[in-house]
Design a binder for this molecule. Sequence first.
Ligand SMILES: Nc1nc2c(ncn2[C@@H]2O[C@H](COP(=O)(O)OP(=O)(O)OP(=O)(O)O)[C@@H](O)[C@H]2O)c(=O)[nH]1
Ligand SMILES: [Mg+2]
Length: 230
Amino acid sequence: MNRVYRSEDIYKNLMIARFSPLDVLVVGGTGAGKSSTINAFFEKEVMKVGRHCDPETMNISSIKMDELIRFWDSPGLGDNINSDRRYSKELVELLYKEYYMQGNKYGLIDTVLVILDGSSRDLGTTYRLLNEVVVPNIQINRILVAINQADMAMKGRHWYEKHNCPDEVLMSFLEEKADSVRRRLAEATNVKVLRKPVFYSAERGYNVKNVLDMIIDNMPRERRKLICQY
Ligand SMILES: Nc1nc2c(ncn2[C@@H]2O[C@H](COP(=O)(O)OP(=O)(O)OP(=O)(O)O)[C@@H](O)[C@H]2O)c(=O)[nH]1
Ligand SMILES: [Mg+2]
């Protein structure tokens, strides 16, 4: 296996927090690219990616990067009401999964990474996911947002194939989009302190390290207390 990106920094942060690994739950609408994002982190196919019309991931599963970070892939919301209800319940259950350390009880999940499909303006599923599943059940400073499919944000236009990056037009569109997403999510969810989302393309391997940087630079310094904050 390749060396884990910034493994010393992750290790140092884990030593301060005195636990390992960091548990990151990846959530988002169906087809946003949750599984592709985890594959991009590992630089190989560790999760099955949807290649057809139907949603792909049906169950929550996890994979560890050494003993440093464990990523939890999850089914996407937005397919139909019944599956949304079932998946939401499973996600909340996972958010309340307990972890015992020296006789104390903590939440297993440390950080939630919310993935958005950058090719769409519709934030409806993400609002619901945040309002109904994530925000009520984990401390707000443990929520990170990332915008995937940066290559498709202008429907495939202005992607500079030769250098595998956005051209100037798409770049300023993406910067604007990141601000707009942050503002709209803050308004719709009352989460006023959301960090500016990172944009990237899992499929094309563009800016994937920025997503990892966001996770590493915002690693919590302690296990998550399982007290409901409301
Ligand atoms: N163009 C482009 N396509 C992408 C990108 N990331 C993912 N895709 C495609 O989007 C589709 C869905 O990707 P998945 O990774 O399966 O999405 P998911 O969020 O795990 O979907 P579910 O498991 O069904 O909820 C696949 O066809 C991917 O190849 C990206 O950055 N750019
Ligand atoms: Mg998936």
